[in-house]
Design a protein around this ligand. Sequence first.
Ligand SMILES: [Zn+2]
Length: 348
Amino acid sequence: MPHDNRDLGREVRDRIKRTGEKYQEALTAIRDGCRFIFADDVERFLAGEGRRGVPHEEAEDKEFLLAGLRNWVSECYTCGDPGDASAEDITIQLVVASYDPDLSPATKLLELRRNHARCAPSQLLWVNQKDLSSAPDHTTMCLRDQSLLEGTFAVTPRSVMLPADLGLDPQVAEPALLINVEVAEDRGRGAAPWLSELERVFWLPAGFSERFTEATVKPGWSVRLVQGYQSSLAPNWVAIRVAESSREDEPPGHLYLGALDIPAAWSEALPATGTRGRILVLVGPRALNREVPLVSAEFEPGQLGELLEDGAFLRAYLPFIHDQVGTQGAPLLGASGYVHGPDGPKRG
Ligand SMILES: [Zn+2]
């Protein structure tokens, strides 16, 4: 439909009143015959603000989105009724993955939602890309031994206090992370040979040692402990990293990424908030004289000390990141997560 100049001017002003767009944007939208509305923060995201880990050539900008949206006639995300951008205002919502070095190192555009303007505003919604289970769980890892049999292990981390007389400082009990490994599939050989093989090909080359020295692990190994993560994920979790990420948009390799029970006394004994220190990590149990020591779910007082004195665990200090992200709440977004800022949950 050809526009009379005066009509066009009025139409542009009306549109600016509704959308808050700049004159040129409103004019272009009307000339294109589409009535999509982008909020300021949506515009800024599409212009590159807050983006991390997304290669430039893969980043969607506004032109790219509009090209895909032309002549769009489809259902409104909120009410489900048809919406026609050539005839009515349609708002654009972007659902974007929040940055987290372990959960989502790239702020990817996860979903584009179109709504009638009367149903929902244009918005930028930051969510967690990955859900962790709410309770401590195990992860499994596979290892191929010399005979090319594949062993499967269940890995469960536990927060433990090392008795004062067993740590580096004989006066003070020391918080440590115990990584308990169970043979999930022994293929009729019993657990001991699998644990010995795991020690030989995995723990020892990584730098874990029997002696209580300050053993240094290979580069790429580190522990990141996160407390108070405001999301649908477990608020307290740990990432045990065993390899650097190979690409900026890929997470590091994890031995374990999941919830962790964090008793207050243990947490308070850790290096101060925000510091990069080191944490003692115990791994095991080891097969001792072809026997596997029993590690119960709850230690009796003194039992950990006995196990350590028997040599049931290897140990090393790992680079440690203690991330206390605070407790500021954020609105819930459906089942997929909470809304928060581009850098993950707000820091307290
Ligand atoms: Zn609607």
